[in-house]
Ligand binder design. Structure first.
Ligand SMILES: [Zn+2]
Length: 264
């Protein structure tokens, strides 16, 4: 079994403010350490469940957050950005059996995490896929599903954890905090690690899970500023639908990811 972990930070236990998420900021020290612990717990559980390969994509900001010396010895780590449309899912096409998302957060437009956003939060107000507000998790789920790889686990804020289970009931999800206004209510850092370890063990018992993959993707990008919608409308196939929104349709999520790479 080969297991792929994509790790973000805004859904990590305790992370509440943008300062927590910025590499080099004094308040980032705890967040990076806890993100590392949560990834390590997921990886440890995967190895104990028989994985012979676990690759983690550091998928936040600079993609250089994880403290490598504190990760399990056999874990492979993808740092930095590969500048392909796969982005937070770099290398997912190279033959994995399961995806685990760690530290993921609610989508732009949701009120369940003070740091809720979808991709480039300075430009994009929200992302809508086939009529539903979509998180980075949903988008990345489809990138894995494109290669037949099912998502079996997610940890993050409770809002996203609940929506992940509703989206695909095969997913075991763990909420380590809930968001209210500009605050979060968290489990302890230690408990967050335990919940993730136990959740991954449970999740990897599942066999022969088929991921959801719709026949067609109708994607709306709602920008914060009309200027960005205007600019995006020049990408081939992109249609401007109002002052701040554009639509792009495709059968292959990779075509959507390619468009996103150039218009965001
Ligand atoms: Zn992030």
């Amino acid at each position: 079994m080969r297991v792929y972990i994509s790790a973000d930070i805004e859904g990590v236990t305790g992370v509440t403010h943008w300062d927590d998420t910025r590499l080099g900021h004094a308040e980032n020290a705890y967040a990076a350490r806890q993100m590392t612990r949560e990834v390590a717990a997921a990886a440890r559980a995967a190895f104990e469940m028989g994985a012979e390969d676990v690759l983690v994509k550091d998928a936040h900001g600079t993609a250089r957050n994880l403290l490598l010396e504190e990760l399990p010895e056999r874990l492979r780590v993808h740092r930095g950005w590969d500048n392909t449309p796969y982005s937070m899912m770099a290398e997912i096409g190279s033959g994995f059996d399961a995806v685990l998302f760690v530290g993921y957060h609610s989508e732009g437009g949701a009120d369940t995490n003070p740091l809720a956003h979808s991709f480039n939060s300075s430009k994009l107000e929200r992302l809508i896929i086939n009529g539903e507000r979509a998180s980075e998790f949903v988008f990345n789920y489809y990138l894995a599903a494109r290669h037949g790889v099912p998502t079996l686990f997610l940890s993050g804020d409770a809002g996203l954890a609940a929506s992940a289970r509703a989206f695909d009931p095969n997913i075991v999800s763990v909420g380590v905090k809930s968001g209210l206004g500009d605050s979060t209510l968290n489990v302890s850092a230690k408990r967050g690690v335990e919940l993730i370890y136990d959740g991954v063990k449970e999740a990897l018992k599942k066999k022969d899970v088929k991921p959801i993959y719709p026949e067609r993707f109708n994607v709306v990008f709602v920008f914060r500023d009309h200027q960005d919608a205007h600019r995006a409308s020049f990408y081939p196939g992109v249609e401007r639908i109002d002052e701040v929104s554009v639509r792009f349709e495709a059968e292959d999520i990779l075509d959507i990811a390619r468009a996103k790479m150039f218009i965001l």
